[in-house]
Design a protein around this ligand. Structure first.
Ligand code: SF4
Ligand code: SF4
Ligand code: SF4
Length: 248
């Protein structure tokens, strides 16, 4: 059964427990950083950081608001990074049929740099990173070793606030829609992000640009042909629905 995350940013306290737990489980070393006047650390995703709690400040009237966004691979339903990798080395990027996880394998080492650059630029969320030493291309793997043994992903297990949730896709979509309905009363701009295209469903309460540049799918690879077609067809479908009901 396809799995999904529901990440409720309204509950995130930016404790960074998920970020550290991800590193610990994957035995990833710390990276040297410097104080840049923000609590976000490191500055961006890197080959040793698959999960990054992003911070962004913005001003509303006279108040400064601080938004948190625990960023990671979205495990796209039709992953542009996999489409690119398949053109170069079959098996370098695979989809786990059981969960829907998009997994980068050891074969990513064989992908030329041109392929990596294409993967990164086609990723709608700017996720893949290449390890200079090993040549591996890396990102969140949905903690597939844990999930396939009935355990929760480490970031979900660690989150103390209820921001990180994981389970059957249908169940996560239900949870997300229920929470959205509640938050809409207080935050009219609240929305789910690209929920039809990804298995990591974020809920945000303000404009996407108040969190991070890649909250919504960006760029050429933003949506696959099939998803683009679905988006094109759905308003027409919605218009036809009353007619269909008439004849039902
Ligand atoms: Fe690939 Fe990017 Fe989608 Fe993750 S978010 S599956 S890296 S295209
Ligand atoms: Fe890291 Fe696992 Fe969470 Fe992905 S699912 S961000 S690999 S802890
Ligand atoms: Fe936010 Fe939960 Fe991560 Fe803490 S562990 S930063 S509350 S998502």
């Amino acid at each position: 059964m396809s799995k999904a995350f529901f990440i409720d940013t309204s509950r995130c306290t930016a404790c960074r427990g998920c970020q550290v737990a991800c590193k610990e489980w994957h035995e990833l070393p710390a990276t040297k950083t410097r104080q840049r006047g923000t609590h976000q650390n490191p500055v961006d995703l890197n080959p040793y950081t698959y999960k990054l709690v992003r911070f962004r400040e913005h001003k509303v009237n006279d108040t400064v608001k601080w938004n948190f966004f625990p960023d990671q691979c979205r495990h796209c339903l039709e992953a542009p990074c996999k489409d690119v990798a398949d053109n170069y080395v079959k098996g370098a990027v695979v989809r786990d049929e059981e969960t829907g996880a998009i997994i980068y394998t050891e074969l990513t080492k064989q992908l030329p740099n041109k392929a990596f650059e294409e993967m990164r630029s086609d990723c709608p969320y700017d996720i893949p990173r290449r390890h200079d030493g090993t040549g591996l291309i890396v990102k969140c793997d949905m903690c597939i070793d844990r999930v396939s043994n009935g355990l929760l992903p480490m970031c979900v297990k660690t989150c103390p606030s209820g921001a990180m949730n994981f389970g059957a896709r249908k169940e996560m979509l239900n949870m997300a829609n229920k929470r959205l309905a509640v938050l809409k009363r207080e935050y009219p701009k609240a929305q789910l992000v690209d929920e039809d295209d990804v298995n990591v469903i974020y809920l945000i309460t303000e404009k996407p640009e108040f969190y991070h540049d890649f909250v919504l799918a960006q760029g050429f690879g933003a949506i696959t042909r099939k998803a683009a077609l679905a988006k094109l067809v759905s308003p027409v479908k919605a218009q036809l629905r009353p007619l269909q009901n008439l004849f039902a």
